[in-house]
Design a protein around this ligand. Structure first.
Ligand code: URA
Length: 233
């Protein structure tokens, strides 16, 4: 691939910036300066360095973010702050998008990636990827409310699929869904005449929210987490 494409995909430099860096002799392939940014490199075998730093090419990036309140799960929005605003410029240039949506006032785990095919699979109802949410309800949940919610409730013309609820107390617990309809958990609680007062996603498939990440912080998934997410052995 062209070296300027590699640098732009990595969010490191635009094509114009790469051309300048190449002319300035700051861009090296296997130790030798490349005069032109349209030089072809093999990202698997060639060693590309920029200003002395080795550039490890990765086509796709997978990020875990601990979403705070007040951010929408979109790539851009005219009025609201988006989860992309929590990432540095270099990452924002990589064409990342949130894999699924959390409401503006929902907290917790958001996976961001530029891997459209994998995101599509993870979100497709066919694949039944589980998502676990911690919740607090305004009113106590009775055993019959819990059983109704677990069996499936009508949230306005749609019957939710079976889910699992573990209560820590009468008003707090964890709910595991394998689908993600708009405002699903809030609408489910409304279906049993209750109301969500707190909602936080704590896992997405096999990926658990890293407890060391403060709200608003992010990190790359580890190789192991990537493999778990993408179910590679
Ligand atoms: N269900 C909701 O109601 N909101 C979310 O953000 C996620 C699941």
């Amino acid at each position: 691939m062209r070296i300027d494409k590699l640098l732009s995909e990595m969010g490191i430099a635009t094509r114009t910036e790469s051309a300048k860096l190449a002319r300035q002799g700051k861009l090296l392939v296997n130790g030798a300066p490349v005069g032109r940014a349209d030089t072809h490199v093999n990202p698997d075998t060639d060693i590309v360095t920029l200003c002395g730093e080795v550039i490890e090419y990765k086509k796709f990036v997978y990020i875990m973010l601990n979403k705070p309140e007040g951010y929408v799960s979109a790539t851009d929005d005219e009025r609201e702050k988006t989860v992309l605003d929590l990432l540095p410029e270099k990452e924002r240039r990589r064409g990342l998008f949130p894999c699924g949506r959390l409401d503006k006032n929902t907290l917790g785990l958001v996976i961001l990636t530029n891997d459209g095919d994998s995101a599509h699979k993870l979100l497709s109802p066919k694949h039944h990827v589980s998502k676990v949410y911690k919740f607090k309800a305004k009113l106590p949940l009775s055993l019959s409310d819990k059983e109704s919610l677990e069996a499936g409730v009508d949230i306005g013309g749609y019957f939710t699929k079976p889910c699992k609820i573990t209560l820590y107390s009468e008003t707090e617990g964890e709910i595991t869904l394998t689908e993600g309809k708009y405002h699903q958990i809030k609408r489910m609680l409304e279906a049993v005449n209750n109301k969500i007062t707190y909602l936080e996603r704590i896992s997405f498939g096999a990926i658990a929210l890293d407890p060391t990440l403060a709200r608003g912080e992010w990190r790359y998934l580890t190789n192991e987490e990537e493999n778990l997410l993408l179910q590679k052995k």
